[in-house]
Design a protein around this ligand. Sequence first.
Ligand SMILES: [Ca+2]
Length: 508
Amino acid sequence: MNRRQFLKIAGLAVAASVASERLVFGERYQTQPNIILLFADDLGYADISHENRSDFYETPHIDHFAKHNLEFTDAYVSHPTCAPSRLGIMTGMYPASLGIISNDRKSAVGEVPTLAERLKTAGYTTCHIGKWHLGNDSLRPENQGFDQSIASNLAGQPASFFYPFKNSQPGSFDVPDLEDYSAGDHLTECMTDKAVEFIKKNKEGPFFLYQCYYAVHTPIGAKPEKIAKYQAKLAANPHTRHNNPTYAGLIEHLDDSVGRILQTLEAEGIAENTIVIFFSDNGGTNVVNTSNYPLRSFKGSCYEGGTRVPMFVRWPEVTMPNSKCSVPVIGHDLYPTILSMAGGNPDPNHLPDGVDISPLMNNPSDALSRAALHWLCYPMPVHYKSNSSLRFPMGAIRKGNWKLVECFPTADGKHQYNLSLYDLASDIGETMNLIAAEPAKVNELLQEMYQWRESAGAPVYDIKMYGTLNVSEFDVAGSWGPSDEYAGHRDWLEFGRTWLDRVIPSGS
Ligand SMILES: [Ca+2]
């Protein structure tokens, strides 16, 4: 029995105990609640004005929702880029468990029962609006458990945020289904119109609305009056950390839409029977000149800036106003969690990697049995070469407040092998590398990181994909060891230990 099989059997026992707990607070609602997942694209931890995280962007509706409901302060994505992050939610699995470690178009969403398929089994009407990014044809949302799919293109971004949302040459970036709009109309507002229509039509419920905004991904675009507002704001105070008026405008479009959807629930009289979850698929990207401060780095990185995002939940009669939960949770937890909220369950033949976190909604100080969270990201070579998001191959583990980050060497010499350890309790910005001070902890986490990769069947890192393909000519300037220590390397755990033995005595 490997560790993954063991965990799945252990997970059955946990699921049984959670089911009995749910009876306690399950009595607090009589019917299956509607569930809305408001999902932003590339919205970083500090891309909102909640708790003054941004000194420039304005998100009053999101802030109000955050403040008056439950905030998960340590909410992570399954992967720091779009497609694998979304794969995690739809399948309940670590992307690496499905062989996916980059934002390529290879999708495994058809290999397991999706969240939407399981919700349909539980009696839900399911609707997907917006970005999908998990494949075409049989892999499209309408073939993966959604009764309908609106405005879902094949690419990871729209051709434009403005009508007609198309390029001059038809292609995968064109956004369909919005032909009834006109010049000047903004995609975010149009998607919200469609969501409002769906909510009104299906308010008898139960429904699941997966509202996947293209905002705030590139090619960023906002209405002129919004851009002008932030240009004026910047002119009045040019010394803000955030300073992109178009990006700020796009964030405000998103925020307006969150407000409209929440207002619709009130107006239709279904707010008290509708769970709303706000979440993002990865951290903010440097491409739009935002900042995830105080978090380190950006989209595409396994540092906190790529992986930790805003997450807020309102579950009427379960979540408390002004509550926070600091238990680390991750995107693919939403699969078993939403199923649990819906009174459904995973397919017995497909037990997810994710954990049902619904008990935390009722009791945020509760604990989960899960030992650690993991990330693994070897970017697509095309993404690496363009260096568009400071992406390079890396992995990470978080256990308690400890975080171990492993950076892989690249054949062009731009990146060398490196391990670093952080205590997130005192250093959320991952600024103080503690490998020399905590060698036992480093070894423990390194071992656990590799045990997980092995049990998940994660693809082994291959240096030949990054930088020059001529590995035999590769030499690591200024580092120890000949180049062939990297070339064709398979046992990176051993490599990491050897690296540590050499590095720690000389200090970090
Ligand atoms: Ca994204």
